[in-house]
Design a protein around this ligand. Structure first.
Ligand code: DLZ
Length: 162
């Protein structure tokens, strides 16, 4: 389904594993804080809905999305989390900076996801406009934070079943 039509918060709750035994790290970028704060809230609430205890949700902030790579790597090495969710929002400006940040962050998180012992979930919004971001952090298209929380729980289960 094209992402433009996909509600990021729609899922079948019966397919989501219980998270009551698991610890989740969330790394959040301070840039575009209105958006990243709403993504964080979505992820937090969805993890709680599926049994993750408040004390088992570890939140740390980084200055910008580019720092999500180091922040997430730190979280995988220095804590005993079962998964890391990286949350950021990049909005296109007038310079190519947008492309460099998106590419660098995405490649860094992808590499970390291959190498880390726990899953690293990609919660980076890359949008042309603020409205597109607002639509995806609790607006018309749901909340990508919800999607990231569900993905984290499913990937922890994946790692434990194989
Ligand atoms: C510099 C910058 C710019 C222009 N735009 C964004 C953005 O839209 N979203 C975001 O998360 N971060 C942005 N940054 C900051 C970079 O991610 C990074 O923090 C700085 O380049 C310092 O490494």
């Amino acid at each position: 389904m094209a992402s433009a039509l996909h509600n990021l918060s729609s899922y079948d709750p019966s397919t989501v594993p219980d998270g009551s035994r698991w610890k989740i790290g969330i790394v959040v970028s301070e840039w575009n804080e209105t958006v990243t704060g709403a993504l964080l809230q979505g992820a937090y609430d969805t993890l709680r809905t599926h049994g993750v205890k408040p004390g088992n949700i570890i939140v740390k902030t980084v200055p910008g999305s580019f720092e999500l790579v180091y922040g997430s790597a730190w979280m995988t090495r220095q804590t005993d989390v079962d998964a890391v969710i990286a949350i950021g929002c990049v909005i296109r400006g007038d310079t190519p900076h947008f492309d460099y940040i998106c590419q660098g962050t995405t490649q860094g998180l992808a590499e970390l996801n291959r190498k880390a012992l726990v899953p690293v979930i990609y919660g980076l919004l890359t949008c042309n406009t603020l409205q597109q971001a607002l639509d995806r952090c609790g607006g018309a298209l749901g909340n990508k934070g919800d999607e990231c929380a569900i993905t984290a729980l499913k990937m922890i289960q994946y790692g434990q079943n194989t």
